[in-house]
Write a protein that binds this ligand. Structure first.
Ligand SMILES: [Zn+2]
Length: 316
């Protein structure tokens, strides 16, 4: 069967089935698009188009497309030691609630619920491809957010980290190599956290106070170590599931269906090895515009919770 306007036919090549090109293994430069390729912006598709939502994301296309032309070497952020974000590493939500109940002063799930304020948080960056796109959208919509950064990626993309900070966002600690901390010794946990803060402090002159464990995985031992080092553990109460291979509309639906006053929303500003963040980039303008229409403002986690962003500076 041939698609309209296409010289290709799906059934004519049974031994070499056509596949969606994988941007992570594709040769550089990225091959020109097939002549029959027409991008379909998600917000022009049902159910958004059916629902009569206005089209007001002119940014989405140029930005999402631009990354294809970035040289291949720049696209690779260091791999997570514990592998990409995935369901098998993540404790059930009930564990987060339980840990918060047992350590109410050390573990944050959300902010006060009496004000229509929401904190967007972005994990796993910085990188040179996706984080700049997130930053561009946040700047366009004048939203301040909180970035939980991975130390080895800070080391690789220091200028993007400095851009995050310079543009008024808050930088938190998300470990050095993104392992599952519950599988490490106490000394290794301390090294993961402190090495990251050292690198951030070297680049920004401030030392993070907020820590988010990779995969949201904690144990009593890890909590003890992190709290003893003087950090506040920040979870979330709305998971965009942008790490789970969803489309842009699905990511937007997850956030919009669950966000409420005081929400801390989990999103990602960089992928694991071989992962893109197009759904996050595509959904973000829609999430911001929609929640603003419902009267929400966007704040950082420190603004939402009253918790300081950074450790007190050592005198002298
Ligand atoms: Zn992470």
């Amino acid at each position: 069967m041939a698609y309209p306007g296409s010289s290709r036919s799906v059934s004519s090549a049974p031994h070499a089935p056509w596949r969606i090109p994988d941007p992570w293994s594709a040769p550089d430069p990225w091959p020109a698009p097939e002549p029959w390729f027409t991008p379909d912006p998600w917000f022009l598709q049902p159910p958004y188009a059916w629902a009569g939502y206005p089209v007001e994301h002119p940014l989405t296309f140029p930005v999402v497309d631009a990354w294809r032309h970035v040289p291949h070497a720049w696209r690779q952020a260091p791999a997570h030691a514990g592998g990409p974000e995935r369901i098998t590493e993540r404790p059930p939500r009930a564990h987060h609630i339980d840990w918060h109940a047992r350590y109410p002063n050390d573990i944050i799930l959300h902010g006060p619920t009496d004000r229509k304020a929401i904190a967007l948080t972005f994990d796993d960056g910085p990188d040179d491809v996706w984080t700049p796109q997130i930053l561009r959208i946040l700047a366009q919509y004048q939203v301040k957010a909180t970035f939980f950064c991975v130390g080895q990626r800070v080391q690789q993309s220091p200028r993007v980290l400095q851009q995050i900070y310079r543009e008024g966002h808050v930088v938190g600690n998300h470990s050095w190599s993104h392992p599952n901390l519950t599988r490490l010794s106490p000394a290794e946990v301390r090294a993961e956290v402190e090495r990251t803060s050292d690198e951030i402090q070297r680049l920004l002159g401030v030392r993070p106070y907020l820590f988010r464990p990779p995969y949201g995985a904690l144990s009593d031992e890890v909590i003890r170590e992190v709290v003893a080092m003087g950090y506040k553990i920040v979870f979330w109460n709305v998971d965009s599931l942008d790490w789970a291979g969803l489309t842009g509309p699905q990511v937007a639906a997850n956030v919009l269906a669950h966000a409420g006053p005081g929400a801390i929303v989990l999103m990602h500003s960089a992928g694991g090895t071989g992962e893109g963040r197009e759904p996050t980039v595509q959904s973000l303008p829609y999430i911001i515009v929609t929640l603003r229409r419902f009267g929400y403002t966007f704040v950082t986690v420190p603004e939402l919770t009253g918790i300081p962003a950074y450790q007190p500076q050592a005198p002298g």
